[in-house]
Every structure is written in C-alpha cells, then in structure tokens.
Design a protein around this ligand. Structure first.
Ligand code: NAP
Length: 540
C-alpha cells in the first residue's frame, strides 16, 4: 500500500487569494480568513461557546464555529418564516432559474468546494468530487423537473366531464434539515434544494465537523439569486438545538444514525409533523457464479472504500458463490492493498482519511474484535498514523461469525467481510437477514437474472454490476431505506413532493351529487348504482 503524507501539492496553490494561514495547516487550502467569511453567514448564536473544527488530515485547527442556544435557533425560525412568504409567491419558473444558475456556479467554482470538503471531511479528492457532482445534479434536476412535479394535476372526477378535480401542491412552510458529517455538501444539496424549489424556507443544522461545505453552497445559492433569509444555517449541538428544530419545523428531514432518527421520530410524531429519515445500513453485495471476477473485485473496491467506507450506501458484507469465492477474495484483497492513501489536496490518493477520532475508535474496535475471535484479515487491519492521525487501511475480512461485531453492526468505515454461499436462495436470505434495508449490489453476467435477484433483496436501492453510484446518481429515482434504514425517500418525485402539502380542489358543474328536485331517493340510488358499474368501461 502506497501512501502520501500531507504535503505541498495543490491544484490551485494560492487561488483563494485570502491572506493569512491556510485552514487545517494544509498547503493550498483556503485561508483562515476565507473560512471566517463563510462562518459569518451563520445567523443565530454568533458568539456562544464556539466549537473548534479540526482537519482530519492533520489534526490542526480549521476555524471556530459559534454555537446557537435553543432561543437563538427559535429566532432563526421566525426569520425564516417571514422570508418564506415572499419566496412561496415567486413563480416555480423563477425558483428553477435560481437552481440552474446554482448548478453552473457549483461546477465552475468546484476547486474551492473540493478543497473545503477534503479539508473538513478528510476525503480523497475523487470522493470530494462525487459531492460536487451530486450537488450539481440535484440543482440541475430540480431546476428542470420541479415544475412538472409541483404543477396542478388534473384527476379523474366523480362524474366525468361534470366534476373537475385538481391536485394542488403547497409548500409546507419552514423545513428543518439535520445533516450528518459524511456527505456534507451532497446531502445538503439533495435535501435543501428540493425543499427550496417547492417554495419552502429551510433552517439547516449541519454537523459541526463539516459545516463549511454547507456554508459554501449557501453563499453560491444567494449569488444565484436565492433571497436572503430563505435558507438559514444554524450551528449548534443536536442536544441543545434539536428540540427547537423539531418543534418549530413544518417538516423535518433528518439524515444520520438510526438511534438518533428513532429518538427524533418519536418527538416529531407527537406534533403530527411529517418527516423523512435517512438512516444507517449494513449493505450486502451478492456475486453470482457467472460474474466476471475481475470486474466484480474492482467494483467492490469502489463499493466498500469510497469515502473510506463512511458512506451510508457502502457495502460491508459480500456474499460470493463458492465456485469463484477464492479467486474473488484474492483479486479483491490485492486491489485493496494497492489503494493509495493520501492527505493531499489533489487527485493522487485512492482513499482519504476517516473523519473523526470517534470513527477511528469504532473501526479499530470492530476489526480488533473480529481478529480476536478468529477472523482472517486478508488486507489492511491497522491504523496509519504515519500518513495522518485518522487514517485506517482498507480492510478485508473473512471467517467472520455472528458473535463478531462487524457481522451485523454497521461499521461505517473501510471494513468489509467476505462470505461464501452455494445456493442463491441462501445468499438472498442472508443478505436480507438484517434490521437495515438501505442499499445492495448484485454482480453477474446475465443482467436479467441479476435483476431478478436484485428485486428479492430488501433494500431501497439495489445496483446491478455497480456498488452504489448507479442509483445514487439517478436523481430521477427515489433513494432511501426500508426497515431501520429510514422512512420516506429523497430524490425523484418523492424527493420534492415530501416538502409539500397536497390539496384537492373539486369543482362540480351541472349535475349535483344529490337527487334532482322531486326525484325519489331510491331512484337516485339505482341510477347511481348503474352509473358506477358503467365507470369501469371508461378509459382512464
Ligand atoms: P448522528 O449522530 O445521528 O448525527 C447526525 C446529525 O444529527 C448530526 O448533525 C447531529 O448533530 C444531529 N443530532 C444528533 N442528536 C440530535 C438531536 N437530539 N436533535 C437534533 N439533531 C441531532 O449520525 P452520525 O453518526 O453523525 O452519522 C452517521 C450515520 O448516518 C450512519 O449511521 C450513516 O449510515 C447515516 N447516514 C445515512 C444516510 C442516508 O442517506 N441514509 C446518509 C448519510 C449518513 P450533533 O452531533 O451536533 O448532535
């Protein structure tokens, strides 16, 4: 395994033009003054008990983040509510234009966005680019599609021709969005942009570890024409401002752990507010006997080690048919060992760092527990402080048994276990033997057969001959989890309609829905009975 410690290479040394030292002590990173400029965009709690962000690559400081109190957060909602009224009155077309301009800005200014994601999340630059691409795709998609989703729809009326029935979509009001640290830019884009497109204001609480990416997108959105106040970012600990978000929002979109999601869902339900939860996973991959071993092993590297495995849809369990298991395990372990670890702001590394000390602790515990109970480590299995304080090698395990922590628990890191199977029913049953149901992957040469297997897996998205990127990038299709992996979906029509209240307006002309004057009710009932039976012959 090759490696590169934090160094002097940068694609755009000095391009940020800021004065003073760079954030995280990384050469070529944005300046501290630029980071402070972004933090100044935060609305509530400007001076409270700041939290110091640190860069995973170096452990060095990035910038101080002010923290809101409960009262600060509630005041932010008041401002957002005022701004929302005017925003809801702008045309859908105008909101679409803002998103389309934003897409162009995100792509044109990507160097700074890539730097910020790398510095605060510790990702490789390629993984950071996935965030730029995901955000631009979301802006492009909702910039084009929201009019179709939100426009007034004609529905079949009770009496054909005489009843004109329409479905209208109204914004919810102020949407509260709680985001995690692992995809700070893309998950901001995928949730905030459709909420705005639907005419809502947004109050977003990013994770303190990775708040700069969201603030960067916020700056670009206002440059693209989003009126001030419509999207508010409030910084604070969930334990301090969580209640304010739950109690003040007209809709809550939460992304994070299943444990937090369940806690919040109980509180939100008490207020009869609607919500979506995008939670954890223990995602399986099935390699069918006719799969191309080389391609499946290459695909598994991306599926398991993108963003150092700190990706809700990344694969942590691989079931391989016994006829090819040894070949696959050897090819996959070799590729994992070849993956370059690095801490530079360029495209030289195949995998970046873990994001926090908590992550390093969890991953070390999972691997140590498996090793102590007899698992075989085919690749990786150790931290790499020589590269940076939070680096951990891409790790491939076999002989993992149910008593070992990584067998069923989400590791959320670069750790994957390989299991053999002989019977496809057994593989599907084991893939489904989990409380989660977020993402899955199936590999095989016969596409139709692989899709049949895919449809039997209990997961919100299943990728055939891909790990996660095919469904993740298909913004037109819903994405989300079954079981403990969540409630509701982001992306596609569901991704924007969840942020609306639906209303039916039915206009009756001519015939009234009661007996005509002088008509005996029995005759009315009989006529209607005949009419309802005849309805089935009408084209829909
Ligand atoms: P987490 O601990 O649940 O935190 C997620 C967010 O919730 C953070 O911003 C956190 O802020 C906030 N939070 C925590 N307690 C809160 C409360 N009582 N009220 C309001 N907000 C609260 O999750 P995580 O460990 O950071 O994220 C990793 C997990 O997210 C993994 O399980 C992963 O699978 C899942 N995930 C799922 C998806 C998906 O789309 N399904 C995507 C990405 C990640 P504080 O830390 O400040 O409290």
């Amino acid at each position: 395994m090759t490696s590169a410690a934090p160094g002097n290479t940068s694609e755009q040394t000095g391009q940020q033009g800021g004065s003073g030292s760079t954030i995280g002590g990384l050469t070529g990173a944005p300046s501290v003054s630029r980071a402070k400029e972004l933090v100044a965009r935060v609305v509530g709690g400007k001076d409270n008990a700041p939290v110091e962000m640190t860069a995973p690559f170096t452990g060095k400081p990035i910038v101080s983040l002010p923290q809101a109190t409960d009262a600060d957060a509630r005041a932010v909602f008041d401002e957002a509510r005022r701004a929302q009224r005017a925003w809801a009155n702008t045309s859908i077309a105008e909101r679409q234009r803002v998103l389309t301009r934003l897409m162009t800005l995100v792509l044109d200014r990507q160097q700074e966005g890539l730097d910020l994601v790398q510095v605060e999340a510790g990702k490789s630059r390629l993984d950071a680019f996935d965030e730029i691409a995901g955000t631009a795709l979301a802006a492009s998609y909702y910039g084009k599609y929201s009019a179709r989703a939100l426009g007034v729809k004609r529905r079949a009326g009770v009496f054909p021709v005489l009843t004109k029935t329409q479905e209208l979509r109204h914004p919810k009001g102020v949407v509260g969005i709680i985001s995690p640290w692992n995809y700070p830019l893309a998950l901001t884009g995928l949730d905030v942009l459709p909420a705005l497109a639907a005419g809502n204001a947004v109050v977003q609480k990013p994770d303190n570890q990775t708040a700069l990416s969201a603030l960067w997108l916020h700056e670009l959105a206002e440059e693209a024409g989003l009126p001030r106040g419509v999207w508010q970012i409030v910084l604070g600990r969930g334990s301090v401002i969580g209640d304010a978000i739950v109690e003040e929002s007209d809709y809550v979109a939460f992304t994070g752990s299943t444990a937090t999601g369940k806690r919040l869902a109980g509180k939100i339900a008490e207020r009869l507010t609607s919500f979506s939860l995008e939670l954890g996973g223990k995602n399986p991959m099935i390699v069918l006997p006719d799969a191309n071993v080389e391609k499946a092993a290459t695909g598994a590297v991306a599926a398991c080690f993108s963003s150092a495995g700190q990706l809700c849809v990344s694969v942590e369990r691989i079931y391989v048919h016994e006829t090819i298991r040894e070949d696959f395990a050897a090819a996959f372990a070799a590729k994992a060992k070849e993956l370059t670890l690095g801490a530079k702001l360029d495209y030289s590394a195949g995998m970046g760092s873990l994001t926090s000390a908590d992550q390093l602790k969890t991953i070390t515990e999972h691997v140590d527990d498996a090793r102590a109970k007899g698992a075989t480590v085919l690749a990786g299995g150790r931290a790499r402080p020589d590269i940076g304080p939070l680096f951990y090698e891409p790790t491939v395990l076999t002989d993992v048994t149910p008593d070992m922590t990584p067998f069923a628990e989400e590791t959320f890191g670069p750790v994957v276990s390989i299991y053999g199977y002989s019977d496809i029913d057994d593989a599907v049953q084991r893939a489904n033997d989990t409380v989660y149901g977020l993402n899955a992957s199936v590999w095989g040469s016969n596409g139709a057969h692989a899709r049949e297997v895919a449809a039997r897996i209990k997961a919100g998205t299943v990728n055939v001959n891909e790990g996660f990127a095919a469904s993740f990038g298909s913004i037109d299709a819903p994405m989300g989890g079954m079981g403990d992996s969540g409630v509701g979906r982001r992306n596609g029509a569901e991704g924007i309609l969840r942020f609306t209240e639906v209303q039916t307006v039915a206009t009756q002309r001519g015939l009234k829905l009661r007996p005509f004057k002088g008509m005996p009710p029995r005759l009315w009932a009989r006529s209607l009975t005949t009419g309802i039976k005849a309805l089935r012959h009408l084209p829909r």
